[in-house]
Design a binder for this molecule. Structure first.
Ligand code: ACM
Length: 270
């Protein structure tokens, strides 16, 4: 199957311009297209009112409708980050659509820095979607630093982890290679580029280097740190279903969850 990523710098607050850019950049069919976090709005909001003014319903809003048409044109699934409004509540969400329509959404569980002022933490269970050639799990940006997320998606049967991102720290690309190795899955990081300086705040520069890593930890594709581009790579998702590490080690059967209880305790750690 073919995976595509479009790395770009969204125009702040201009959904239609951003959707037009995505349309003109994605020039060939792919089975799975992953777009950055908040790819229709930009990232550095000044206040909650501003987020609210650009957030939209999922699946009822215009972006989901637009992405379904894009999915039909490219004949593949699309995972894209956007600001979601659900009554008065705002979430940092990724929508999942296929040529057959909307199939679901994921709301970012682990909010980064000022996102805590603008969004509510996600409240939907982690889950996997079957898009035909592969089963995909979705996480968003800072979720990378919580390995529990990737592990749960892998245990649920994800072949490919999709990570829409607006990264400002330099660690995620390396960490997602490790998430690939430790879960024997493909991982797709769709990051943005550019700098935003809004409302007199400290500038945020996004790190690009969108990438795809394989179950054995090979980096199959890495985009440059700067520069817009549509990138594709072919993968064999069945490689992610072989969890046999050696003839005597199975990634999941060798787990010792009876010793992992602390991971699921709410107040663990200091
Ligand atoms: C991030 O979670 N957008 C850094």
């Amino acid at each position: 199957m073919r995976i595509g990523i479009y790395q770009f710098a969204p125009v702040f607050g201009d959904r239609e311009a951003n959707l037009r850019r995505i349309e003109s950049a994605v020039t060939e069919p792919v089975d799975l297209l992953v777009l950055p976090e908040l790819c229709t709005t930009g990232y550095q909001f000044v206040d909650q009112k501003e987020v609210y003014s650009v957030a939209e319903e999922v699946p009822g809003g215009p972006t989901t409708r637009h992405l379904v048409k894009l999915a039909r044109r490219i004949n593949g699934a699309v995972v894209a980050g956007l600001a979601e409004k659900d009554d008065e509540k705002i979430y940092n969400t990724a929508v999942v659509v296929t040529p057959h329509g909307y199939i679901g959404k994921y709301r970012k569980l682990h909010l980064f820095f000022e996102e805590k002022e603008f969004f509510l933490p996600g409240n939907l269970p982690l889950r996997v979607w079957d898009i035909g050639p592969a089963r995909i799990g979705v996480m968003i940006c800072f979720d990378w630093i919580f390995p529990e997320v990737a592990r749960i998606l892998a245990l649920q049967g994800a072949d490919i982890l999709c990570l829409p991102a607006n990264l400002v720290l330099p660690y995620c690309q390396s960490a997602m290679v490790v998430r690939s190795i430790e879960n024997r899955v493909f991982a797709v990081v769709a990051n943005r580029i550019g700098t935003e300086t809004r409302g007199g705040k400290q500038p945020l520069t996004f790190t690009g280097k969108s990438q795809v890593s394989s179950p054995k930890g090979n980096v199959l594709l890495q985009a440059p740190a700067e520069g817009e581009g549509f990138y594709t790579v072919d993968v064999d998702p069945s490689q992610a279903r072989d969890k046999q590490i050696t003839s005597r080690n199975h990634l999941f059967q060798d787990r010792r969850p009876e010793y992992y209880g602390l991971l699921a305790q709410e107040k663990a750690g200091g």
